[in-house]
Design a protein around this ligand. Sequence first.
Ligand code: EPU
Length: 352
Amino acid sequence: MRHMHPKPQALAIEHGVSLRDLNTFGLPAVARRLVRIAGDADVRRVLDHPEIGRLPKLVLGGGSNLVLTRDPEAVVLRVEVKGRRLVEVRDDAWIVEFGGGESWHDAVAWTIEQGWPGLENLALIPGTVGAAPVQNIGAYGLELKDRFESLEAVSLITGRCVTLDAKACAFAYRNSVFKRSGPGGLAGKCLITRVRLRLPRPWVPSLGYLDLERRMADTGNHQPDARTVFDWVCAIRRDKLPDPAQIGNVGSFFKNPVVSLEQCRDIISRDPHIVHYLLADGRCKLAAGWLIDACGWKGKTVGRAGVYEKQALVLVNRGGATGAEVVTLARAIQESVYGRFGIRLEPEPVVV
Ligand code: EPU
């Protein structure tokens, strides 16, 4: 009897899809073509497709690090790879794996519930697990790279799957190989399907961030468990940052600029209150929120885009804003910070 091969599934290409609900800024844009990706085979189907195989592609996760200023020409690949599992228990770590399309916060909450702590400082960061390595998400003294084991990605050029370790990902502050274009860079060249995280045993809390130190002092609890740190981080974020479900935003709009110690001293001599942190390499990181705040931007509105009342580093959609309005506001902020401090702020999200 002849062996029956399953019939290859036809590729579902959706046309004219509104992206307004697929980006946390709530900016209006329409994808000419959108394909939902449930696994690497779907990517190969796209690449093999006679009509769209060779067109440019735009990988879309939770849309929480994206500013849409126009309708993307590219074929939008919406990552919907699901799954979560404990891969391995080592003497020194739990290894857990998530599909790239899983919600980051749900992933963090699940590990805490399962009794595998280590991600609690990164609670409530919007977006998907697959997007987390792209900008090496970080908060409250911890970055993704500190908990990273490896990831699987599929090439948008060849359709081949690769496993990348931390070294290959070249993580840096809000940066990685996936954001870099040019030689060696992978920007726009692959889609992250699965991410494996390493949660060290025994668990050691990361409590060095000022906001967490304040919680310890206020509650008198100096040895919080992971669940407590998780709850504290959620409360701190809810206090300071707008919930994208209520007010459109993409978190911090600019990176905290890094300057030489010399430049830092020069600024301090003029503005002694500037919030700054010394880095291990001798340079100095400045709080962009402070710089923007000092220029008087907090709570301001230009068109339908604004600067959040409680955190000047966060730009918000006051209702019906376009990407162009957000970019106009961002440029005005950059100009005034440059004019006063001589520092160029670099946007954190990807602008399309
Ligand atoms: N500040 C002001 N005015 C403001 C905002 C901040 O003076 O309007 C001062 C604060 O008082 C504080 C300092 O600036 O002394 C730093 O502020 P904060 O602790 O809120 O952190 P941040 O540097 O503004 C970074 C990350 C956040 C992350 C927090 C907590 C970047 C670009 N942002 O913000 O990440 O949640 O630290 O770790 O590194 C994101 O990337 O989207 C994000 C939200």
